[in-house]
Ligand binder design. Structure first.
Ligand code: GCU
Length: 430
């Protein structure tokens, strides 16, 4: 008994020490703006009304939502936050250069495809790897991931194309060294009967301030234009646009059930999959990991990162439409917020995965966003969180809703246990 008590005390001390340590590591100002981590100082706010059209008409049915309010909101997100993107290019071409090689000891058939995003002689090509369960007798549903690393760095499989990646200096180099992003366990998807596909985001647009000089957005600058206009696409929209081009390929591949593809990404790529899924409804499911500010988290809640931080030109303005920055100091006048981005996925299944010590991304702001978006799911008779009490770390009680929420114990990451939950979620809803 005594030793159990001692252990409890020790654990408590170490947890307190850990959280003090984490608190100490949190910057108090970013880009010159204070960062709030106290629930007492989040301020009061009123969210813009999801269920009222711009002309005042209340949204009382799924039909009004789909035909009127939803397109209105997509337009606002384009104009203000992510920027307008071009339609699919006429030149789009696919080269299936690996037509089906046995992989993972015969468990999978692997394909590799180059998607030419512009002319096939240009630099703008995106390489996809796709694994299909070898035992599949009909088109398979799959998880499409967008990644910070080249697939040959994250997947243990010989015969993968060694891609190019952008290094810290903004130069394209061979991805012939391991990456800091760890390995992907592809077999867990195959074992569950799902395919798995992934793409390196830098194939579409590099992730740095001057990325537009090299990425796909460059192709769309008008003669004489050197920067995007205030309502034109930032890097996130460009990555999302690339994901739509991946879907263009899936629709042509008879081994893939393109009507059952889940899109997953983490962090800035969590924001990306939310916007890509909102814009391109061909994606049947979205799994947004730790998407935070500019993703699922409520911007009006002053906690962790805010629009002031994220849209500062010294930080991530290049990821958004330049217009986004104009709301940095007047967030309460912005006609959109995170709950609306979440609601744009409805009635399709959406899982928000967060981390309990990922304070910068505000996991509570994501929960409140899901709560506020739930009425839209309800219009379609789909479930969202029906509580205003946030689940504790590790609590899976809200995971399996059509609009699901789950917070792991830990920080800004997708942990092995999260993948297990994601697969269960896919099994239920895909
Ligand atoms: C920064 C940024 C976040 C983003 C994250 C990431 O922390 O401020 O908004 O989500 O990078 O992409 O890892």
């Amino acid at each position: 008994m005594k030793s159990v008590l001692a252990l409890c005390i020790l654990l408590t001390i170490s947890m307190v020490a850990q959280s003090q340590q984490q608190a100490a590591n949190r910057p108090t100002t970013v880009a010159g703006f204070p960062v709030n981590y106290s629930e007492d100082s989040v301020g009061t706010y009123t969210l813009p009304d999801l269920l009222k059209c711009t002309d005042g008409q209340p949204v009382t049915s799924a039909k009004i939502w789909t035909q009127k309010r939803r397109p209105e909101l997509v337009g606002l997100f384009e104009e203000i936050q992510f920027g307008k993107m071009p339609p699919a290019p006429k030149e789009l071409k696919f080269n299936v250069f690996d037509k089906g090689t046995s992989a993972f000891n015969g468990k999978a058939i692997r394909k590799q495809v180059t998607v030419y995003l512009a002319k096939d002689t240009s630099d703008h090509k995106m390489n996809l790897v796709i694994y299909i369960p070898a035992a599949a007798k009909k088109p398979v549903p799959l998880l499409m991931n967008i990644s910070f690393a080249a697939y040959n760095q994250t997947i243990e499989d010989t015969g993968l194309l060694v891609n190019n990646i952008w290094n810290r200096e903004g130069i394209r180099v061979k991805a012939d060294k391991p990456s800091a992003f760890g390995k992907t366990n592809v077999e867990q998807f195959l074992d569950a009967g799902f395919g798995f596909a992934t793409v390196y985001y830098g194939d579409i647009e590099p992730d740095f301030k001057d990325g537009i000089r090299h990425g796909i957005r460059k192709e769309y600058l008008k003669p004489g234009q050197t920067e995007t206009a205030a309502n034109e696409w930032g890097a996130i929209a460009a990555w999302g646009w690339g994901l739509s081009r991946a879907m263009d390929y899936f629709e042509k591949d008879k081994q893939i059930d393109s009507k059952r593809v889940a899109l997953q990404g983490a962090s800035r790529l969590g924001k990306t999959v939310l916007w890509a899924g909102a814009h391109d409804t061909r994606y049947a499911m979205v799994i947004a990991s730790i998407s935070g500010e500019g993703g699922a988290a409520l911007s009006r809640r002053n906690y962790g990162e805010t629009i002031q931080h994220i849209s500062d030109p010294s930080r991530y303005l290049y990821q958004f439409a330049p217009n986004y920055h104009s709301y940095a100091d007047k967030i309460n006048t912005m006609p959109i917020d995170g709950h609306m981005l979440v609601a744009l996925i409805a009635p399709r299944p959406l899982l928000l995965q967060t981390g309990s010590t990922d304070y910068w991304s505000d996991p509570k702001g994501e929960f409140l966003s899901a709560v506020a978006a739930a009425p839209v799911y309800k219009l379609f008779n789909e479930t969202g969180p029906e509580t205003t009490v946030m689940p504790a770390a590790g609590d899976t009680s809200l995971l399996m809703n059509n609009l699901g929420y789950y917070m792991h114990e830990g920080g800004h990451s997708v942990l092995p246990g999260d993948w297990t939950h994601i697969i269960s979620y896919m099994k239920k809803y895909l």
